[in-house]
Design a protein around this ligand. Structure first.
Ligand code: BGC
Length: 653
């Protein structure tokens, strides 16, 4: 059944074929077989998994989708999306892991570990600087070496170190006018040279434009040649080697790298198979991830958790009576149980719009059997307001589909902003549950009592949302990306390439350089709608006893976190670092965090060792340790620092 690719094996040598499937949320099916799709379990979106701030959750999720891949007859999974969220309008932000290189690299590295623990090769993708979809086949990203290394490249470097992916996928875009899959700089120099990456580079589908240039630049495998203008490897490569345009040693290196990963990840020892999948067990993994990913952004007068005594609950919009939305494009997982809202628009590529059959309303009703619920689709705002006036609590579900191959605007689609305002005016206990794959604007934020960011929450999303809304679990997600307040806060107010005729090449000079996300907001002193790292709990935490020391050339930080509220809960206290004198790309960098689970009244001491790269500046060819003293800060978000200490001493790598 359709998926992403196939590379025949060599039975004579026992080399297995590579059966390749998308992608990071689970086993996908390609669209041409939409009537006969394969039903599989979907994890929450990559950005949601990052919002857990919990690498264990990412690893467990990776293992789940790795095992479903293997059981579906696939031994290569095109997961590991780690392009940084530097452009909030990027349609693929949902596949990635947010704006910070340490967070993204750590979460994606853990997810890759999980996938590969099942004997399935994972990619890390899309290398590199592939940070928007508009013009994705033609734009060129021109960023200086140092800035790239301290932002996007660092996310890849960390994900590769931690996850040891069998393959890295090079991207569609150009970098300094050369296609990424033909860039000696990206493939040979940075990836294989500076990062010492031992695995193989595969091209994205339709990202190759030549034989010689690509082979010499370091491309090891041309993926799905049907997407390219012609098969550039295979016969043309053989000819290029015979004509001494490409040395035989390059071909040997390609084969060695592919075989190395086949052996390292265990494909050689595990022939592929079709096995039975325990979908209930998979769904539990997806639901656990969703539960930790949901971010409580506003909770005026403790409108949440919903009081079990609430008499009438009105639910409006977002097809919450049927399911939860997911992202579009090659990563689309067709859900077990079928598409919950069939027939929605976007019939061809990159659709369909898939709602997973996990209804938040059904999950709430199952838990509050005595409470009368009512659902309205929200198309008529006035009618919704009329009903809202009669309810104790109103939950408005706002959905914002996003997809590969298209970027989007920051405002909610259709009449949703207006709907929220109208309903909120009729009922002060209005809570908005957003399902989106990226930050959005919330022009109604001051008018509603509660806001919950539930992302694309995956196959267990309905139950996860219900459990958080009812307080069965704490709200413990934290934002892996800044939510800007307005377009004028963006480094580029106009999306690069927008308005250009299709096919017109253009250059993106990201003015923020390495100061991505909160770093830009700090540097420019901008107040976002919600900052990076932010999220409320149903309980309160107090931080104390921050200390930092240089031990054996490493910066070691410790602090105490105490649950001072009257409920059990989870928190993700964060450590940021800055140079006391001088400056980096931005005032501070995330240098560590810990996801802690604490009973009411309990406390714990956290100790973290800071990666020396976060105390260094890259000069384009290597990291150079900065001289101290450093300021170490402990905070509940990038904009809520509770304590600072200074530390000096000698660092070593
Ligand atoms: C996407 C990749 C994906 C590949 C195979 C491309 O369009 O950019 O992320 O893995 O297709 O489906």
């Amino acid at each position: 059944m359709g998926s992403a690719g196939y590379v025949p094996g060599i039975p004579r040598l026992g080399i297995p074929a590579q059966w390749v499937t998308d992608a990071g949320m689970g086993v996908a099916t390609q669209r041409d077989s939409v009537d006969t799709y394969r039903e599989r379990t979907a994890l929450p979106a990559g950005i949601a998994v990052a919002a857990t701030f919990n690498p264990d959750i990412a690893r467990a999720g990776g293992a789940m989708i790795g095992s479903e891949s293997y059981a579906s007859g696939f031994n290569v999974l095109l997961g590991g999306g780690v392009d940084l969220l530097r452009e909030p309008r990027n349609g693929r932000n949902f596949e990635y892991a947010g704006e910070d290189p340490l967070l993204a690299g750590t979460i994606v590295g853990a997810s890759v570990q999980g996938i590969q623990s099942q004997g399935v090769i994972s990619t890390v993708k899309h290398w590199a600087l592939n940070d928007q979809e508009t013009g994705r086949h033609i734009y060129s990203t021109d960023m200086d070496d140092a800035a790239a290394h301290m932002s996007d490249f660092l996310a890849f470097e960390l994900a590769i170190e931690k996850g040891k992916p069998g393959s890295v996928m090079c991207s569609y875009n150009r970098v300094r006018s050369l296609y990424a899959c033909e860039s000696d700089y990206l493939l040979n120099k940075v990836l294989k040279g500076q990062f010492k990456y031992p695995g193989y580079v595969m091209s994205d589908w339709g990202a190759v434009y030549s034989t010689e240039r690509a082979a010499l630049a370091g491309l090891d495998q041309q993926s799905a040649g049907v997407f390219d203008d012609q098969p550039w490897f295979g016969k043309p490569l053989k000819l290029a080697i015979q004509n001494h345009k490409v040395p035989q040693s390059r071909l040997d290196d390609m084969a060695r790298r592919i075989l190395r990963s086949i052996f390292a990840v265990g494909l050689y020892d595990r022939p592929i198979t079709d096995a039975k999948i325990d979908f209930d067990a998979s769904k539990k993994v997806a639901q656990a991830a969703a539960e930790e990913s949901i971010v409580l952004l506003k909770n005026k007068n403790n409108v949440l958790p919903i009081a079990r005594t609430a008499k009438r609950i009105l639910i409006v919009g977002g097809h919450a009576d049927r399911g939860v939305i997911s992202g579009g494009g090659s990563s689309t997982v067709f859900p077990v149980g079928g598409i919950a809202v069939p027939g929605l628009d976007v019939k061809g590529w990159y659709g369909p719009i898939v709602y997973l059959p996990s209804s938040p309303m059904a999950a709430l009703m199952g838990r509050l059997p005595q409470t009368p619920f009512k659902y309205l689709d929200g198309n008529d705002a006035a009618a919704a307001a009329k009903e809202a006036a009669k309810a104790d609590v109103v939950l408005v579900f706002a959905t914002q589909w996003s997809t590969e191959d298209a970027d989007h605007t920051m405002n909610l689609d259709g009449n949703q902003d207006e709907l929220i305002r109208t309903v909120a005016a009729a009922n002060p206990n209005t809570v908005v549950v957003v399902e989106s794959g990226n930050p959005i604007f919330m022009p109604w934020a001051d008018q509603v009592a509660g806001i919950v960011e539930a992302w694309f929450p995956g196959s267990g999303g309905g139950d996860a949302i219900a459990r958080v809304l009812l307080g069965e679990v704490d709200a413990s997600g934290r934002l892996p990306a800044t939510f800007p307040a307005s377009l004028d806060q963006f480094p580029q107010q106009q999306l690069p390439g927008s308005g250009l005729k299709d096919g017109t090449p253009f250059v993106i000079n990201y003015p923020e350089g390495a100061a991505v996300g909160y770093k830009w907001f700090d540097k420019k002193n901008l107040k976002p709608l919600f900052p990076f790292g932010y999220g409320l709990s149903y309980t309160q935490f107090a931080y104390s006893d921050l200390g930092a020391a240089m031990n054996d050339g490493k910066l070691t930080v410790h602090f105490t976190v105490k649950n001072v509220g009257n409920r059990d809960g989870k928190d993700a206290p964060q450590i940021y670092v800055s140079p006391k004198n001088g400056s980096w790309e931005a005032p501070k960098r995330l240098a560590g965090w810990s996801k802690v689970s604490l009973a009411s009244g309990a406390s714990t001491t956290v100790t973290l060792i800071v990666d020396p790269r976060l105390l260094s500046v890259h000069d384009g060819s290597q990291w150079k340790l900065s001289n101290g003293p450093f300021v170490v800060s402990l905070g509940a978000s990038s904009a809520d620092i509770k304590q600072n200490v200074e530390v000096s001493g000698t660092l070593s790598r």
